[in-house]
Design a protein around this ligand. Sequence first.
Ligand SMILES: Cc1ncc(COP(=O)(O)O)c(C=O)c1O
Length: 417
Amino acid sequence: MSSHPLVLPQRIDSQSGVQPKSRAAASARLERVRRDFLLFAQPAVGQEEIDEVADTIRSGWITTGLRTHQFEAAFKDRVDAPAALAVTSCTAGLHLALLISGVQPGDEVITSPLAFYGCANAIEHLGAVPRFADVAADTLTLDPSSVEAAVTPRTRAVLAGHYAGHPAELDSLRDIAERRHLSLVEDAADAMPASYKGRLIGSGENVAAFSFHSTKNLTTGEGGMLTGSPECIARARLLALQGTNRDAWQRSGPLGSWLYQVHEAGFKYRMTDIPAALGLAQLRQLDEFQRRRRLIAALYTEAFRQIDALETPTERPEVEHAWHLYVLRLRLGALRIGRSRFIEELRARNIGSSVHFIPIHLQPYYQTRYAHRPDQFPVALGNYQRMISLPLHPRMSDEDASDVVEAVVDVVSRFSR
Ligand SMILES: Cc1ncc(COP(=O)(O)O)c(C=O)c1O
């Protein structure tokens, strides 16, 4: 057990406390509330996806087959990847990525506490230990100097996320990985598409895992893609297919062979043709989706950047942000309310929002198992306490975006000190 007091996320959030009844009362006093609730994220799927999926179902082949292979090829071209493998989720992809990077039971993997909990879970599944390092104050991606300080003789890999779609400091992280003989794995769940110093995320030799969960910039409902060197992807392909060397299409298709061999005790992690069909349709529209995301993000930043109580997200000059999330940070000293109450106020105005993320080291499993102190990663903790992810998705109209701006500005003006 930890000798430090356990501070669970609920307690950190105890400043909130707006109950549904008082929320209704708050909204009754508001001058203008949009009619319907605006979700903070929504998939942009339409007729093109419906047609592609329907064609796949009509084809009579719905498990891993031609569509999955086509989606892999199209994705590989789009991000200029050396090789690509479609999988059931980014979490499954990260599990494979760490495994093929040589992570063994008892090894340590350095990662960010301000990340999706699945990243830490994937490390645990290998019997390895997630060792958290703090994040950079501007981008909230892994801080290379904290990574360097966290390296021990047991460290085997660094798992770096592109937080909210902003690429991590890949040059510095690669340099540490090379000097300390570590593998670098990218959690590219939010980075489709993003680039670092003119190179697309996914185009490198090291393994990167993308997510196609329903809220991501490109969705297949659930799903993911691994990119990396042909050797790494070949090993991942084998492991994702229960260790066998031929998928169902390669066995039963017109050019197939019934013969198969099991080379490893692998996993059932392969994507199938229905999600792949969705992905193919989404990929064709991705540039359009990104234009819309970028426009809404620019509109928010223009509206909020002069307001003392608000800190708008960073986009460093050397990157192209994927704008998966628009993470607004409150300057709490300028406000009479905390982040949770701010979220309740937005909800009372029919504006949905979220928080990315509750730091993993505060989660009961990780806090108890590794005796983490809440303030052990002060940048992650301090930013978590003041962050809000605003609605951002390509289906949002100009009016939706204006409603968000109006609601945020109204909450700030009512609760400024
Ligand atoms: C930053 C990040 N990494 C990894 C994942 C895991 O992705 P998946 O749900 O496809 O396993 C998510 C999921 O939302 C995420 O937000």
